[in-house]
Design a protein around this ligand. Sequence first.
Ligand code: FAD
Ligand code: NAP
Length: 552
Amino acid sequence: MSPAQSSPAQAREAYDVVVVGAGFAGMYMLHRLRGLGFSARVYEQGGGVGGTWYWNRYPGARCDVESMQYSYSFSEELQQEWDWSERYAPQAEILKYANHVADRFDLRRDIQFDTRVERAVFDEQANAWSVKISDGKMVEAKFVVLATGCLSNARKPDIQGLDNFKGPVYHTGNWPHEPVDFAGLRVGLIGTGSSGIQSAPIIAEQARHLTVFQRTANFSIPARNAALTDEERNAFRNNYPEIRRFAREIARNGIHAEQPDRGALDDSEDARRAKYKARWDRGGLTFMSAYNNLGLDLAANDTAANYVRSKITEIVKDATTAKLLQPNSHPIGTKRICIDTDYFATFNRPNVSLVDIKTNPIEEITANAVRVAGTDHEVDALVLATGFDAMTGSVARIDIRGRGGRTLNQKWAEGPKTYLGLMSAGFPNLFIITGPGSPSVLSNMIVSIEQHVDWIADCLVHMRQQGLATMEAGGEAEDKWVAHVNEIAHGTLYPQANSWYMGANIPGKPRIFMPYIGGVGIYRRICDEVAAKGYEGFVMTRAEQPRRVVTG
Ligand code: FAD
Ligand code: NAP
C-alpha cells in the first residue's frame, strides 16, 4: 500500500496508518508497520515513550507481573540482552526499558510527542480518516490505531472543596517528573487500590504523618520483591520460547505459572491452608491461581478471602484497624488484586492512621484538611490514588466520527460495543489495541498487546494483498460478541464487585463488564480462526465498490 494520496490543493500529511499513543502498544505497532512497509505516524500527548510508565511516577510504582514476563517477546535479542534488576522492576527501570526499545528499534523518528489526537473523522468518499492533532494540523490516514491505553485517563474525584485545598495535590496517574519530598509533611492519601497500596508504605517512611482515607478495603498479597540473581534470569532466558508459548496459549492470564488442577473445596481444610500459605509466602499474583474455581464459586472464593483476612489480623497490631482493613464487600479477585510491599504493616507505624470513608464519606476538603464525620484531618499535601476512567476513558476523549457522522461516544453511550475488542461497527479502518471486549486488563498486558498488534499487522497485509479499501466489524458479529462477553462474565463472580472493570468507579458510567474473561489462549484461538476464515464477521470493501461485502 502506498502512502495515502492527497491533491496538491489540500496538501496535508498523509500516512497509511496513524497510531495514537506511544506506550508499549503504540511502540510495537509502529515497529511492525514499518517492518511491513507501511507509512506510519505516532502521536503521543506525553513528552516521551512508555505510556503508563511515563505518567505513573509515584513512590513505590512498579509492575505486579514479574519483569521477566512483563516485557516484550517479539525480539529474541531484546529479551536476551535486557537485564531486569528485580523480580518486579520499579517504574524508572520500566521507563528506561521503554526508552531502550525506542532507541534500539529507532522508533522516535516516527513519533511526535507533546501532541494529542483530538478528532478523527472518517471520510466515506476517500475511505480515509481525517485526523486533527493538538497543534491544529490535519493529517490523513487510511487507518487509525488507538493505542491509547486502558489506564491512561487519570480520574480526579468529585469531592467538594478539592480545588480549595491550599497545599499540593498529586494524582498517582499523573505524577510530577521532579522528585516530591514529603519530609516533615502531613500527607493525606485518598484511595486504596493498587496505586495507593504501593505508595502508602513509601510515603509513610518520608512523611511526618500519613492519613489513609479508605472507601473500600482491598485484598493485597505480598510481592516478595527481591533482586534477581543471574541464575533466575538465566532460567527465563534459557526457556523463553516455552515460557512465552505457555503464557500466550495456555495460561488464562498470560502469565507462565503453575496451573491449578482442582477447586478449593476439593482439598481438606489443612491442605488448602498449606497451599494458600505456600502461595502467600511465594508472593505475587499467582495466589489467585491456587485453585481453578476462585473466580467462579463463592464458597471456594471465601476460603481464599478468609485466608487473606486472617493474615491481615496477624500483621496489623491494632484490632480496630485490622478489622477496617479486612475487605468484606467483594469476593477476592473480583477487583484487581493488589500486590504490595509492607502495606498492612505500614499501619503499625505510629505516624500512620486509617480513616474509614465508607461509613462516613468525605464531607469536604478545606484549605488544610479533609473533613469526615465532622472531624477535620489536617494535612499539608494530598495524594489522589483514585484511579482511572478505565478502558474507554481515553478513547472517549477523542472526537471520533464514523459512517454517517455518528460519534463513537454516541454509539458507546450505554457501554462499549466491539467485535473481538478490535473494531466497532460503523467505524471502518479503526482498530483498538486491548480494547473493551478483549482480555486486556485481565492479563499480562504485554502478551495481549503483542497479540493484537500482530493480528492487526497481518490484517493490513491481507487488505493490501487483496486490494481492499475498508474493513469494519459487522453488526451481527459485534452483537453476538458483546452478548458472549457479557454471558461469560456473568457466569463468574466478577460482576459482584463495584470495580473499574464494571465502570463502577465513575459516577454515571454504564455498568458493563468490559474485558473478555475467557482467557488469552482461547481468545487468541478465536481471533486466529476469524482471520483464517477470511476475517469472518468483518465487512470489507474494495475502493471502487464502497460498502460491497467481499468477505465475512
Ligand atoms: P499506555 O501505556 O497507557 O499508553 C497509552 C498512551 O497513549 C499514553 O502515553 C497516553 O498519553 C497516550 N494517549 C492517550 N490518548 C491520547 C491522545 N488522544 N493523543 C495522544 N496520545 C494519547 N499491566 C500489566 O500487565 N502488568 C503490570 O504489572 C502493570 N502495572 C501497572 C501499573 C500501573 C501503575 C498502571 C496504571 C497500569 C499497570 N498495568 C500493568 C497496565 C498497563 O497500563 C499496561 O501494562 C501497559 O503499559 C499499557 O500499554 P499501552 O501502550 O496499551 O497503554
Ligand atoms: P483503583 O484500583 O481504581 O483504585 C482507586 C481507589 O480510589 C479505590 O480505593 C477507590 O475506592 C478510591 N476512590 C476513587 N474515587 C474515590 C472517591 N471519590 N472518594 C474516595 N475514594 C475514591 O486505581 P489504581 O489504584 O490507580 O489502580 C488501577 C489499576 O491500575 C489497577 O487495578 C491495576 O490494574 C493497575 N495498577 C497496577 C499496579 C501494580 O501493582 N503494578 C499499580 C497501580 C495500578 P473504591 O474501591 O471504593 O472505588
